[in-house]
Design a protein around this ligand. Structure first.
Ligand SMILES: Nc1nc2c(c(=O)[nH]1)N[C@H]1C(S)=C(S)[C@@H](COP(=O)(O)O)O[C@H]1N2
Ligand SMILES: [Mo]
Length: 327
């Protein structure tokens, strides 16, 4: 690394308050892409020890795999980090950003078990060692009818899972969120049968769009967004994107999941975004994009797209399935 690159990298550690606006962030992102590494992943230990690859031009749009990015306006960072669903910290949208500061994200361990050759309890650093964070700009569509566009940092889940060598019996992957009453005031309420649990079919988990996110807007994940690591499955309703993961289990049968346990008629296991299948209590045909423009939280309604606009990438996973029944 040349001295000028080093000082540039140091300079990039700008205080959060100065990265509030999208233009500044986009510029910073171009610089980071030029460095060939995004430092803010909590991978600092190994990222600093190894020489980064030579500086290169940021990838052009055509080099970014389809679906990995979008030209749609980003939801403002302030809205991404203050309008949240994280019931472990309360059911109000503003509760997590206020209450989740008590979540201790370091040290952090993940227990990997079940149908795999190399199970074990690994630290956050060991889980992600050697991977460079990638940026993915994804739409996030909540089952409640609002959506955001979020620039995530993370590692494709497939790469992480392969390290544990899942066996041929691993047909599904089950994920569990931390459930600690001391750190999570929302656990007092029986809104959900804690711990929060989610699951994917193995081919969904291994799909290149499925991200194990560790950051957003070029920085480590804030607690309210599921620090230190959470799932992002952009073609499914937001509740599948489980936060603050402490356990990953390879299993042979479809695992029970928190929202499906609570209300199976309303929240299916697959939960693929589908404008043609209404929630029993509201339409899913359109959504309100959280744009934050002109001082409004919500923009006008826009049509919801099949698989949240990722049909080209993922529809093949469901060939032969009746998507009205398997919602
Ligand atoms: N552990 C846990 N994960 C969770 C939730 C939750 O309440 N607890 N809410 C889900 C829902 S409904 C949505 S829409 C997304 C919201 O992610 P965000 O707050 O980062 O936008 O997180 C999902 N992951
Ligand atoms: Mo959601």
């Amino acid at each position: 690394m040349s001295p000028s690159l080093r000082s540039l990298r140091t300079a990039l550690r700008i205080p959060a308050t100065e990265i509030a606006d999208e233009a500044v962030w986009r510029q910073r992102r171009r610089l980071l892409a030029g460095l060939g590494a995004l430092p803010a992943l909590g991978l600092s230990g190994c990222a600093e020890a190894e020489p980064p690859p030579p500086a290169r031009e940021p990838p052009g749009r055509e080099e970014v795999a389809a679906g990995f990015s979008t030209d749609e306006a980003l939801t403002r960072e302030a809205d991404v980090t203050s309008y949240n669903n994280f019931y472990e910290f309360g059911t109000g949208k503003a509760d997590p950003s206020r209450a989740a500061k008590t979540l201790r994200t370091s040290p952090w361990h993940v227990e990997v078990s079940g149908e795999c050759a190399k199970p074990g309890r690994v630290s956050f650093d060991d889980l992600l060692r050697g991977f460079l964070p990638e940026e993915r700009v994804y739409r996030l569509r909540c089952v409640e009818g609002w959506s955001m566009v979020i620039p995530w940092l993370g590692v494709p889940l497939a790469q992480v899972l392969r390290r544990f060598e899942p066996t041929s019996k691993a047909k599904f992957v089950a994920f569990t969120t931390l459930a600690d009453r001391e750190q999570m005031p929302g656990l007092r309420y029986r809104s959900i049968d804690w711990p929060y649990r989610e699951g994917l079919r193995i081919d969904e988990a291994m799909h290149p769009l499925t991200l194990l996110a560790t950051g957003l807007y070029g920085k480590p994940l804030p607690q309210q967004n599921g620090a230190p690591l959470r799932l992002v499955v952009p073609w499914k309703y937001g509740f599948k994107s489980i936060k603050s993961i402490v356990a990953i289990r390879f299993v042979e049968r479809m695992p029970p999941t928190a929202w499906n346990d609570l209300q199976p008629r309303e929240y299916g296991f697959f939960a693929n975004v589908n404008p043609a299948v209404d929630h029993p209590r509201w339409s899913q045909a359109s959504e309100r994009r959280i744009s934050g423009s002109e001082g409004r939280l919500f923009a006008d309604r826009i049509p919801t797209r099949p698989f949240n606009g990722y049909a080209e990438q993922v529809a093949g996973l469901y060939a032969g399935m009746d998507l009205r029944r398997w919602y």
